[in-house]
Design a protein around this ligand. Structure first.
Ligand code: G3D
Ligand code: MG
Length: 198
């Protein structure tokens, strides 16, 4: 699910070679951000503790026939830490916004933070992968429900996004989501390059 900007077929061919892509992993506390990070890094479940500051890891991920290096910044999601998000979204190539699919009560809060994030001048046009995490739990909301509750269609055409259902503890959906984010990042780069030429 997305706003159509990620639907075009394989952009993995003819890839320019990037050093590494800067990705901020954001979302409310306990959504599963650190679990996502360590699942991607070690390909295994790592027991997490609440993140007080941030975790930063460089991870090489095989996407199609390419190996892409992502530099992830997993930032604490507690309310008092959220003002710090700005420092990590400056010059970021993409954002992974993790949502707890069973936390119905805080979905509105997640929506507010996500919309605030995409409205800031520094993140204008930065692609966002919304991760609907904890899909393994029995009462998890469906992607369609989450799309509605987060009002993703209101993010506007300026923000390319993709909504991906995942289970970070076993890794389901993560690579697929990352692949979609990568496509969106490449498309944006291409577009910015063309705009510069004009
Ligand atoms: P955060 O970094 O966003 O604050 P964490 O969140 O990665 O620390 O995860 C918070 C809790 O959610 C952890 O449980 C973690 O194991 C759990 N979790 C993360 N992803 C999933 C998932 O996909 N499914 C399920 N069922 N649980 C998940 P604890 O018990 O340590 O608080
Ligand atoms: Mg954490």
């Amino acid at each position: 699910m997305g706003n159509g900007l990620s639907d075009q077929s394989s952009v993995f061919s003819n890839l320019p070679c990037f050093k590494s892509l800067h990705i901020a992993i954001l979302g409310l506390d306990s959504a599963g951000k650190t679990t996502v990070l360590y699942r991607l890094q070690f390909n295994e479940f790592v027991n997490t503790v609440p993140t007080k500051g941030f975790n930063s890891e460089k991870v090489k991920v095989a996407l199609g026939t390419s190996r892409v290096t992502f530099h992830f910044w997993d930032v604490g999601g507690q309310e008092k830490l959220r003002p710090l998000w700005k420092s990590y979204t400056r010059c970021t190539d993409g954002i992974v916004f993790v949502v707890d699919s069973v936390d119905v009560e805080r979905m509105e809060e997640a929506k507010t933070e996500l919309h605030k994030l995409t409205r800031s001048s520094e993140t204008q046009g930065v692609p966002v992968l919304i991760v609907a995490n904890k899909q393994d739990l029995r009462h998890s909301l469906s992607v369609a429900q989450i799309e509605k509750m987060l009002a993703l269609r209101e993010l506007g055409a300026a923000t390319p996004w993709h909504l991906q259902p995942t289970c970070a503890i076993i890794g389901d959906g993560l690579k697929e989501g990352l692949g979609r984010l990568y496509e969106l990042i490449l498309k944006r780069r291409k577009m910015l390059k063309q705009q510069k030429k004009r």
